[in-house]
Design a protein around this ligand. Structure first.
Ligand code: ADP
Ligand code: MG
Length: 496
């Protein structure tokens, strides 16, 4: 991935851990080319700002290193790095005018000189640089204005001028348009892109807005939970999402659970389709199809069919919902059928994107407690301990009796716990289930949702399917039937 000649910034195995449970950035590897417009994209809290702060030098990695032009700068203070940052909150000085705001950093700057003490910039030099920076952001002539009289968009341009006046090699922008209204944001997106071209320097941009990322970037880095999910051009990210997280986060998607039923044959929505991805036969996979890639044809001419349940006009296209048994299919099209109509559908093999199923079951480390319950995932669940020793039973005192009559006290015995994706249910009574947490992710899969519930204490995740729609962030407790908790003994060394 790293090309030594034109790589400007390289993150090698970079981590930032804040405390035992908060790993904001988790073993990130990334290389950025000179002059590239790179965007870190992901939901709030995924580690974008922390990554940027480490590149800027405002924060230090707890693991790994950061190279600038091949040299380790991990411990270099921010003012020694040829990098400037534009923040969402513009942080202009309200008592200074536009000129003074832009010139502020330059007045403090000392230029190194051969054999002499570093020198201040002259007034003329500062004037020239400020003028150039204000031209770049289209605000020439605003020098004397008080920044408090400027609009949000103009203030943000001043903030950008203040960053580029230092002629950095890299400009970092952390959600710089987040405080602007939609119209202003769209205008600024175009202006920033033009500025990037004119300046010819590297931009590392942070946003949680996928559309912004898709329109502005050369390269998008999709992050979730401190981990890079995918790096690619906007087209690659959109057309070839690497997993369902990326597919779900970028654009609208139909996502289905599927299985490979032969070479280049995949089955979902109860039908077999030709596809172009080669996966092992029998493998469980996820299938992603973009709504614009499903073509509607007359009933009978399709590869599969369904009934139209809703048609919504979206300005440029219609969004059409079709039900095929229990599966929901979303289609974008410039023409619309009638609600209630039976319609055929076709999809090209190369528009069926197949990805390995991320998680096939939930696995935890656990132990048995005094009550012969199993503790895992920040909770306590009833279970069947006799599965640990085939043919055993539990006597009245709670000891396990093996099939050859041995009595075993299971208290504190460590076990591996496995729970299937279909074997967990939620309750809105936080005390009903064996563990509780907040819903942190909901992904729609046509006829059901995939939920992730994360516990508060140790951030243990429960991943499972459910047909009902709940709300993100809801506090729920988790119910698992006794016979669905699979236990195996943790092998100790002398057993191996
Ligand atoms: P993003 O910019 O993608 O929204 P951040 O990088 O700000 O995400 O945060 C990533 C994670 O690190 C979050 O869980 C956040 O709460 C945590 N975090 C960020 N800064 C600190 C800090 N100074 N101390 C403790 N936790 C932090
Ligand atoms: Mg942030």
């Amino acid at each position: 991935m790293a090309n030594t000649n034109d790589t400007i910034i390289e993150l090698i195995d970079v981590s930032r851990q804040f405390d035992e449970n908060t790993i904001a950035v988790d073993h990130v590897n990334l290389s950025v080319r000179k002059g590239e417009f790179v965007t870190l994209l992901g939901p709030s809290g995924c580690g974008k700002t922390t990554t940027l702060r480490m590149i800027a030098g405002f924060d230090l990695p707890t693991g790994g290193k950061i190279l600038l032009n091949g040299e380790d700068i991990s411990l270099l203070p921010p003012n020694k790095r040829p990098i400037n940052t534009v923040f969402q909150r513009y942080a202009l000085f309200p008592h200074l005018n536009v000129y003074e705001n832009v010139a502020f950093g330059l007045k403090l700057k000392r230029m190194p000189q051969e054999g002499k003490k570093p020198a201040k910039l002259s007034k003329a030099e500062i004037d020239k640089k400020v003028k150039k920076a204000l031209e770049m952001v289209d605000l020439e002539g605003f020098e004397k204005r008080s920044v408090t009289t400027l609009s949000g968009g103009q203030q943000q341009r001043i903030a950008i001028a203040r960053a580029i006046v230092n002629e950095p090699e890299i400009l970092l922008l952390d959600e710089p348009l987040g405080a602007l209204d939609l119209k202003m944001r769209k205008e600024m997106q175009i202006e920033l892109k033009e500025m990037h071209k004119k300046l010819g320097i590297t931009f590392i941009y942070v946003t949680h807005d996928q559309e912004e990322a898709l329109t502005m970037s050369d390269t998008i880095v999709v992050m979730s939970d401190g981990v890079i999910q995918q790096v690619g051009t906007p087209i690659e990210i959109y057309n070839e999402p690497k997993n369902v997280f990326v597919a779900d986060f970028i654009g609208e998607s139909n996502i289905y659970s599927a299985s490979m039923v032969g070479k280049y044959k995949v089955k979902f929505c109860g039908k077999e389709f030709d596809c172009v991805d080669d996966f092992e036969q029998g493998e469980l996979v996820d299938v992603v199809i973009r709504p614009e890639d499903i073509k509607m044809v007359p009933y009978g001419e399709g590869q599969f069919h369904g009934r139209v349940t809703s048609v919504v006009f979206k300005g440029v296209h219609y969004e059409i919902t079709i039900m095929r048994k229990k599966n929901e299919i979303i289609i974008q099209s410039t023409w619309a059928p009638e609600v209630g109509e039976l319609i055929g559908m076709r999809v090209n093999p190369d528009d069926i994107h197949i990805m390995k199923k991320a998680i096939l079951s939930n696995k935890y480390d656990g132990y048995i407690n005094k009550k012969n319950n199993v503790c895992f995932g920040d909770g306590e669940f009833e279970c069947d301990v006799t599965q640990l020793y085939p043919g055993s039973f539990v006597d009245e005192e709670g000891y396990l009796i093996t099939k050859d009559g041995k009595q075993i006290d299971l208290t504190d015995v460590e076990v591996n716990v496995e729970v299937g994706l279909h074997d967990i249910a939620m309750s809105d009574d936080p005390d009903e289930g064996g563990a509780k947490g907040h819903i942190i992710s909901i992904i729609y899969k046509g006829d059901h949702y995939v939920y992730i519930v994360r516990t508060e204490e140790n951030e243990e995740d429960f991943v499972f399917d459910c047909e009902d729609l709940w709300n993100e962030n809801d506090l729920v407790s988790l119910l698992i039937p006794k016979d669905k908790i699979k236990l195996t003994l943790v092998k100790t060394e002398d057993e191996e």
